[in-house]
Design a protein around this ligand. Sequence first.
Ligand SMILES: Cc1ncc(COP(=O)(O)O)c(C=O)c1O
Length: 347
Amino acid sequence: MARGTGLVSSRVAAMHGYTPGEQPQAGRLIKLNTNENPYPCSPLVAGAIADEARSLQLYPSPNADALRAKAAQVYRVAPEQVLVGNGSDEVLAMILRACVLDGDAVAYAVPTYSLYRTLAQSVGARVVEIAADGSAIPRGVADARARVTFVCTPNSPTGRAIALDAIAEFARSADGVVVVDEAYADFGTATALTILADHPNMVVTRSFSKSFSLAGLRLGLAFGHADFLAELLKVKDSYNISRLAIAAGVAALDDYAWMQSNVSRVRATRARVTARLRAAGFRVEDSSANFVWVDCSSAGGGRPVYDKLRAAGVLVRYFDVEGLRGGIRASIGTDEQMDVMLAVLGG
Ligand SMILES: Cc1ncc(COP(=O)(O)O)c(C=O)c1O
């Protein structure tokens, strides 16, 4: 028995940890595997971090008040309706920690963001996964009457979005918490923030990692009803957001137009790449996110295409799991980066 085995709970021993995408040394590969933004964040961010670095002897605001206030102003809600997380991943974990007891159901359609399963297992949930194409909330998810339901829109890895009407209808009929994961929403989905007020059981999560080009900073937001978020705060790490991240997040929101301009470039490249891949014979999903799902059945499946791209210095994501082996997910990089990928794929 390996040293350490038997020290953790049987629940943790039985679960698999999350498998993150590969994070290779900078510069060696064209990195299209974890949906980062190819363009840098606003220059205001570096200035804000440098200023704040002078105050690192002091603890940060426990609830990241400056960022909470700024996000409330930008997204037109009250500050009490905003919770700041160390990445949206932390917000998702807090929701499960606060809402789920052993054996409670946590439901979502698959394929989707695989962290949901890891987080649900870590709190002892009964995981209900229903196969679907990512464009609707399947019946089985509604039937699960789960304590927490994840609705990922646009979904990963397909890039498909779910209509707001469908989300609203589902939230009305759900007993538990409905988490609308909008990590990629800035790239092309109508946001559920517009219907949040009508649904006391809804929480919308956002990430600074994708559209704001701040994956390395770790910053995410939850928008919800003030009384619900106040409960979530009870299970938050005491100082979960550093002073540097709070200052950086405020600066990023101050320069919202910078994010929008980068999003426009990514969307233009996405349209071009989609058309070129289709012309080369690949079936490509219409994506509302900053990545495309490329069906590689015509090229022998996802693995050989992944290998061929990797040999040419292009790293995309291949998921060695049921239902996803037939394709690859490629993040949208710069036009120059995508041209290298297209050249390898004959597009
Ligand atoms: C659907 C989805 N939600 C949440 C996240 C996590 O985002 P963050 O970097 O803010 O933790 C990701 C990251 O890839 C994601 O794909």
